[in-house]
Structures are given as C-alpha cells and as structure tokens.
Design a protein around this ligand. Structure first.
Ligand code: PLP
Length: 395
C-alpha cells in the first residue's frame, strides 16, 4: 500500500505554559483593556509593544486587533484617502487589497516574477502610470524581493512603502529585519502566522508623526502617554481632534500570551528552516518541478513551502493535488478557477477591477503552496517530500 502522511497541516503547537500562566494572571485581575491599569502597573500591551520595538529595532510599535487592521491603520496614518491609487502585489492575500478598499482607496496590482516577488520593472511602470504615492509591499509567503533595489525605485519616485510582514516576522534582508526598510510595517499574530494569539497585529515605524496618527486611530483616546513604545506627547499636539478614532486596540490577554512566544521566536525560526530545507532537499532535481530560489541576502522564515509546476495543464495539476490529498498531503494551488479556503488570487478580487497580468497569471497557474506547521518533525517533511516526488513523477 502507498505510504500515507497522517499529520495535520493546520495544527499549531500549544501555547507555551509560561504564556498560559501570564494569560491566567491577566484573567485573575480582570484588567483586560490596555488602558485599565492600577497605580504603577504597566499593561501587557504596552510591554509587548516595547518588546517588539526592541526585536525589530524600530523606534515605535503599536499593537492592534489584527494584521488587516494594522494595514488599514498604516494606510490612514500615511494620509491615504478615498479614491487614491495604492500599489500592491498581485500575489498577496485577500486582506491586503481589502485593507486598501476599506478606506475607499483603489488597489493597483503590480505583477510578480518566477521567484514569487514583486516585479520591479512593472513597479516602476505602475508608478509612472498611476502617480501613486504609496506602495503596500506584501512579502507574500515570506519571499523578499531585492529591498535595496525596491527602495531605490520608491525613494526616487517619492513613493512611501508600507511593508506587509505577515509572513516575514523574524526574517531579514541583508541583515536588516523585515519591516525596517519602509516607512511603516505591519505584522499579524493570527493563528497561522509566526506568533499565535488567535487574532492580533503589530505596526512598527520610526516616523513619529505617522505613528502618533496610528496610535490615535487605534483608539487611544487621550491615553497615548501610557504607551512605552509610542512617540513623545509633543508628536500628538494638534492631532487629537483631527484624527478619527477607528477603534482596533489589542487587549492584555493577547499581549500576555504573545510576549513569551516572541522571546521564543528565533528558536522557532531555526526549526522552520530545518523543516523547509528538508522538504526542499527531497524535491531537488525533479523533472517538471521548479523550486523557488532563495537569495543569499534573504533570511527567510520557512513557515510554508512553494514550488512551481510550470506550464502544466490545469487538469494534470488537479490530478496531482487529488492524489497527494488522498495520501494525506494537503496542497493549495493559486491557479484554481475559483477561490478555495484561504486561497484566492488577484483576478478573483473583482471589486478592484484588476487588469490582466499575463506573466503573473502564468506563474500563478503553476504555483503550489503548502503549510509547514511546527507540529511537523523533520522526518515528517521527508515523508511529505517523498509522497510529492512520487505523485509529481507520475504526473
Ligand atoms: C494573514 C495575512 C494578513 C492579515 O492578517 P490578519 O491578522 O489575518 O488580519 C495580511 N497579509 C498577509 C500576506 C497575510 O497572510
């Protein structure tokens, strides 16, 4: 009988005991709201912001309700408004154009390369064509483009960059932590990302004016001086009546379970690298399959694995997917006609009236995606790669 994999592609690790104890302490005192503190108490949310600012090297950090909220908040903080064109990756997750649309702004998609990163030539063309002032750069599935080249294009054209680091928390480009190139960066602590609080988001920036707006937007009322990683009170002068309260704070319960997880993140990243490299090694030199090259400058987090079946007919890809699923290996495909589960692509986002992008379509038509939760062992990854290899060879 053919070998079968029995692990779950959606099973995360348990919350660490230290984090559970911190959460229980918050529940015992009952002060879950970030501004509900006594005497000299510092809220868990403020401490998390301080921890995450230190982790990334950013001057400021703000914790919010979700990664998607963080993206919308950053756009507003940089002054994006209704009708504005905002550039973003054609290859990204639905909440990214969704955050742009939530402001009444207009997502304009930039194509991708076979390395699964933004196409820099197309970016330059789109800037010239639209006059957009903001790029929301999504490091989708942890693939980081040449950030020095990207920033040269954007700085040269006066385009401000918001980085979507939902898949690059803990990653770096040429030694610079992901999220430290643009004007602002947004992270997610949703269950399927690199830290798990169910839902949650973080914003970092060195820009005191933008960050003061973000803090007010998040729903700080006049309590912004309780932020340990926020701008000085002077940065808020004249803003309080001007910036709407678009409530989306993080609470102390989530922050309490995130702080111990953040301390453990570098060790988790190392484990992800082992899993990723194990799958990759099992798929090398397989005719019909292209691995995604990972540049030397990119320190990535291998929380998911992608490969291409370039120019395969859709029916053959569907066949491979079905046979892998029958053997317990759950794959996602960016080329499906209709959105399925969490997976959709730019052409499905009709509200944004996307132009067709032929090169991107060709890449997406062969793009296969697989989660690598940390509940998998390296041996599991060897089994998964063996099953993939057999089924792809059978074509
Ligand atoms: C998950 C995700 C988001 C949004 O994060 P949420 O916390 O789920 O709102 C944004 N961008 C990408 C690429 C994501 O995967």
């Amino acid at each position: 009988m053919a070998e079968r994999f029995t692990g779950s592609f959606t099973q995360q690790e348990p919350i660490p005991e230290e984090a559970i104890a911190a959460a229980v302490a918050v529940m015992r005192h009952g002060r879950l709201h970030r501004y509900n503190t006594v005497a000299d108490e510092v809220a868990e949310v403020a401490l998390l912001e301080q921890d995450f600012a230190a982790f990334t090297g950013a001057r400021y950090c703000l914790a919010v309700a979700s990664g998607g909220y963080a993206l919308g908040c950053a756009l507003r903080a940089l002054g994006v408004g209704p009708g504005d064109a905002v550039l973003t990756n054609a290859f990204t997750l639905a909440p990214v154009p969704g955050a742009i649309a939530s402001l009444g702004a207009r997502p304009v998609f930039v194509g991708m390369t076979e390395d699964l990163v933004i196409d820099l030539d197309h970016l330059a063309a789109r800037i010239a064509q639209t006059g957009a002032r903001v790029l929301m750069l999504s490091h989708m599935r942890g693939h980081i483009c040449d950030m020095d080249a990207l920033m040269a294009i954007c700085d040269g054209a006066g385009v401000r960059v918001i980085e979507d680091c939902a898949h690059t928390m803990g990653a770096a480009w040429a030694g610079v932590p992901s999220g430290r190139h643009g004007a602002m960066a947004c992270y997610s602590t949703q269950t399927y990302k690199h830290l798990n609080s169910g839902e949650g988001g973080l914003i970092v920036s060195d820009d005191s004016a933008a960050m003061a707006r973000a803090v007010l937007l998040s729903g700080s009322y006049m309590l912004y001086d309780r932020h340990l990683a926020g701008p000085d009170p002077a940065a808020f002068a004249g803003l309080t009546g001007e910036i709407p309260n678009v409530s989306g704070r993080m609470d102390n319960l989530r922050a309490a379970i995130l702080r111990p997880q953040l301390r453990a993140l570098p060790a988790r990243v190392a484990r992800w690298t082992t899993l990723y490299r194990r799958v990759e090694a099992g798929l090398t030199d397989l005719p019909g399959l292209s691995l995604i090259s990972r540049p030397q400058a990119e320190a990535f987090v291998g929380s998911s694995f992608q490969f291409l079946l370039p120019d395969w007919p859709a029916a053959r890809i569907q066949d491979v997917l079905a046979r892998c699923a029958a053997r317990g290996v759950e794959l996602k495909w960016f080329g499906a006609a209709a959105p399925a589960g969490f997976t959709s692509r730019y052409a499905h986002w009709h509200y944004a009236a996307p132009d067709p992008l032929p090169r991107t379509d060709r890449v997406l038509a062969g793009l296969i995606d697989m989660r690598l939760p940390l509940t998998f062992s390296p041996e599991d990854c060897t089994v998964i790669a063996r099953i993939l290899r057999q089924e792809i060879t059978r074509g």
